[in-house]
Design a binder for this molecule. Structure first.
Ligand code: G3P
Ligand code: MG
Length: 250
């Protein structure tokens, strides 16, 4: 089975609580070579892995993640909401994830998810975590693809980490997607698979940009997207069967 066209979305998030080490380990065990995670900012300037702005859905905490320190967040149970067996799962730090990924030779798509108005601070926290991880694994930056829905975050991270590739996240593919990618100096576009637009994908292909679609959990849908020129799909099922030839999402 070819899995390299599949990016594990928040880890193997069908099998384990999303964005936890349990989900990352299950993605690795399923053969994933790429994992997508969401990067958020704590009250004390740390980068952690969590999708929502609010803690309620994926932990036993409440309110804004941004209003909690790392120490407060690490006391939370980030697994029981999914299944009782995961009650020991914590919200991971980005630094811990980077070290794990380096040791496992796993590539990461770090989706930067700043609270609006905290773009620079979120990027600063990412950079600090990366520098700390690089002290032990200096090659880790070469295993990263950065992405964001937020153009300010992309601009900040371009200035801070100019050599790490970036992708723009959207829902629908914008009519001016090529221009936006050129202006933001991004290598690709990540869009919502339900809003697929074959002509827009072709235009991006012809301009040399990568195109990736989220979130695809059925083989037929994945195959149809790949046939249209999508380079990779994000899936909650990292060993989803893909029938077409091997392309890495770098
Ligand atoms: O990065 C792809 C996908 O994760 C974007 O949407 O809401 O799942 O973070 P979301
Ligand atoms: Mg995401």
């Amino acid at each position: 089975m070819i899995t390299s066209k599949v990016i594990a979305h928040r880890g193997a998030s069908r099998l384990a609580p999303e964005n936890t080490l349990a989900a990352f380990r299950k993605a690795r065990d399923a053969g994933a070579s790429w994992i997508e995670v969401d990067v958020a900012l704590t009250a004390d300037g740390q980068a952690v892995i969590f999708h929502d702005e609010q803690l309620n859905r994926c932990s036993n905490g409440h309110g804004w993640l941004l209003n909690h320190t790392l120490a407060e967040l690490q006391r939370l149970d980030a697994g029981s909401w999914f299944a009782a067996e995961f009650h020991n799962e914590q919200i991971p730090t980005l630094e811990a994830l980077l070290l794990w990924a380096a040791e496992q030779s796993i590539n990461l798509n770090l989706e930067i998810k700043p609270v609006i108005g905290r773009e620079a601070e979120t990027v600063d926290a990412l950079v600090i975590a990366l520098q700390a991880a690089q002290a032990r694994h200096n090659h880790i930056a070469s295993q990263l693809l950065l992405s964001s829905f937020n153009p300010l975050a992309l601009a900040h991270v371009r200035a801070a980490l100019p050599t790490i590739p970036r992708a723009l996240l959207t829902e629908a593919i914008p009519a001016d997607a090529v221009l936006r990618l050129q202006q933001l100096d991004c290598e690709g576009l990540h869009f919502c698979a339900e809003l697929v637009d074959q002509a827009a994908i072709l235009a991006l292909n012809n301009s040399g940009f990568s195109v990736r679609a989220y979130t695809v959990n059925h083989t037929a849908a994945a195959d149809a997207l790949i046939a249209m020129g999508v380079n990779a799909i994000f899936s909650d099922i990292p060993d989803l069967a893909i029938t077409s030839a091997h392309i890495t999402p770098g």
